[in-house]
Design a protein around this ligand. Sequence first.
Ligand code: NI
Ligand code: MN
Length: 227
Amino acid sequence: MVKIRYLGHACFTVSEQGKTVIIDPFLSNNPLAAEKPETVRADLILVTHGHFDHSGDAVTISSKTGAPVYTTFELASRLETLGAKIVGGNHGGTNDFGFAKVRICWAAHSSSFGEKLEYAGNPCGFVLNMGGKSIYHSGDTDLFGDMRLIGERHKLDVALLPIGGFFTMDADDALVAVEYLKPKFVIPMHYNTWPQIEADPASFKSKVESKTSTKCVILKPGEEFTI
Ligand code: NI
Ligand code: MN
C-alpha cells in the first residue's frame, strides 16, 4: 500500500513501509500548507526546480532529517552549499534509493534559485517507483508532446499535474496531458494557493472522467489517497 498525502501547492509525501519521500517541499509561507517543515518526516526529498514554491524548505528538511535532496545537478550543488545532503542527477537518469527508484524527466518551465534568480539548471519532473507503484510528478510545466513518451515508458498508476495556469499549464491542457500519460489516477495540484492560479478541480475532474478512462482524485491539503 502506497500512501500519497497532499500537503498543499505542489507538495506531496509518498509513503510505503515506513519510508517517506517528500516532493517539492513548500510549507513555510504557504497559506495552504498542511504540515510544518520542522515536523514533517522524510527519507528522501525530490525537488523539481529552484523556484521558492518548490525548493523552499528542502534545506531545512534535509538538515533536520538527514534525508538527501535528489534533483538536477546545478540545483543540488546550490542546495549543498546551504547545508543540504544531495544527490545531483539529470534528465534521463534514474537513481535507486533502495526503497524508491526515481527517474528525472523533462519539464517545460524555467528554474532559478533565490532572490537574485541564480542559475539552477533545467527544471524537471520525476517518475517515482515505490511499493510497486509508479507515480509521476510533473513539476511546474507546460503541456509537451513527450508526455506521451513518459506514458509509454512507464505504466503510470498516478500522475500529479498542475491545473492552475499562469505559471504552468491549465486544466484544459492538463486534460490533454492525462490523454498522453494514461495514468490510472490523476491528482490536480498547483492551484488556488494564490489568486493568479485559481482553478476549479471539480470541473477538471468531470472533464477527465467523461473524456478518458483515468479517475481524478481531488485532495485538500492534509488529505491522502492510498493505492
Ligand atoms: Ni516554477
Ligand atoms: Mn510553481
